[in-house]
Design a protein around this ligand. Sequence first.
Ligand code: BES
Ligand code: ZN
Length: 647
Amino acid sequence: MILLVISSIICLHAYEIDVNTFSNYLDVQNRHLHLEWLLNMDKKYINASSSYSFQVVGRSINKISLDIYKLNIYSTYLQNGILLPHTIDSPYADSDQGQRLNIQLDRTYYRGEYIELSIKYSIDSRSRSISFMTKEQTSTKTMPYLFSQCEDANCRALAPLQDTPAIKQTYTATIIYKDTEAQDVFMSADESKDQFKILNKPLDEANFNWKYKYFIQNVPIPSYLIAIVAGNIQKVPTSAGIRTFLVSEPDKIAAYTEELKEMEQFLQAIEQYIGPYTWGTYTLVIQPPSFPIGGMENPLLTFANPSIMTGTGSGLAVTIHEMAHSWFGNTITCVNWANMWINEGFTVFLERKASLIHYKIPDDIKLNAIIGNTSMYQDMLGYGLDSNFSSLHPDTTGLNPDDSFSEIPYEKGYQFLTYLESIVGEVDFQNMLRAYLAQYKYQSIDQKEFQNFLLRYLYEQGVDDYSTKRYKILENWNKWVYSPGLPPVFLDFSTNKLTQALDYSNAYITADGKQPPNWQDYKDFLHSQKQVFLEDLFKKAESKLLKLNVVNQIDKDLKLTEENDYELKFRWFRAILTVGDKSRFTQVADFLGSVGRGKMVYPVYRALNQLDHDFAVQTFRSHEAFYHPIARNNIINILGLKDSFIQ
Ligand code: BES
Ligand code: ZN
């Protein structure tokens, strides 16, 4: 016992700080946030107020600093009415990190005291977290549409906040909107039975029919999980269960519900590995195609790109992944973005465990790990194999942490956990993860804390060969986390299905423009095998082994240019553009205007830009208004264009 107490004392360590927030979050911490937003969807404008319950945790403070990004700040005041002076500065000039809002308090506040303050402000179309869309940009073309995307550090474009994953708070919200501008509104929170006091009534109350909706999130969450969607949208249950729901524009809802009928089973598969889902319900919003990523795990309200709805179920891994975040990311959160693998690596690990339970295809898990490893390696080459962005601990001081976004926290994180599992043993590792959740729920931690917990757990459980296991765990730990480039230990995910997919692409190369004898194998391939085949074609295109005559034969046989599954289609276009194929430019341009998911459009723009810069720019210009601001910026960078802001 004494030994245990001593070992836990030794293990205590101060968590890493977050270099991407300007807030003084180590001295004062928000416990509850209340938002009141009056949406002007047509005018792309939100009249907003935010109220906070700050608790002093340092010795004393006389000011509160918050993160903001292109918000219009009107006034800052204590809830008892006292106006507080504020200033705005930019510690990193011209930085994507945004600005700092400094609020001068009326006196010195001491540890334990609460400070209730409010801010009046507005959000306009410069916001990088809210996408305001016109009705023409939607599917039903009946109402404007808006949605938010806050991870990593974009929530500061939505409200003045301690925009760091280190701070968790509960939140409530009142959303006021015109019935002609939105059919419904949802947030990453439950609907509240209580109505909240309204601070700013609509001025033109008599002229329009205003609706009021009240939300409450009782679980403390980091600010990047605050989310909203509004427009001509509806909510329907999926599957027979009562836990899973779907939100989308009404014209698509029937087809989506059909494809999502196993949502409840996905949740059960995850629960089987990790324990009960504690958030209540689970709702998936299928956003318009400009949604810039595959999925975002906003609690109670996952957002996803419609490209996951292929009609065949092949894109549903994204749903399982976002569900898995309910445990890793949303319950235990990384303390800063350098530790993102504490969210993403663990989530991929749980996603693959659940996929195995649900689909029972071990080869598929291995192939996904191989596909992930390939993308991770491509990202590493992009950053440089010796860049710290190629490690599990990127340094994003002075940057927008989004800049370090890559497959590395996902796949290197997944491989690290798989490696640790191989040392610890599957059963002990699973139990350890369940205990880890119980220990750190609703907290934010860093990788060192996970290491401490893992060792402590194994010791306390009295596992066999504790000291050997401890030695092995520690032996490569720092290399896994801090060394850039490929992992220090190679994990072998090869299977016959991999060989089969690679043999298939080789057969096409050997046939040199004719039909290979095994050409029909493709239709029975696992979806992951199809991806491996297309990845291999891209590799062969890069090394000039793939020729136009082979491209034409493949397309004749497999009809990939007409493919509806974008996970396959983007890989196909990337490969053929790399070969130098200009004959399918129209289809490529159409594709780039029909999806705004970064993972799918960036690689195609990169390949197109190398082949024909002018055509790439022309294509981008014709779809510019369609893209989300995040995607738009990234494409501008890929094409080497100077930013020119459009409203
Ligand atoms: N949390 C991420 C999305 C994210 C990460 C947004 C970092 C902004 C910054 C989400 O869970 C995710 O990983 N989405 C993936 C899909 C997944 C199946 C790997 C995506 O969008 O591609
Ligand atoms: Zn994720």
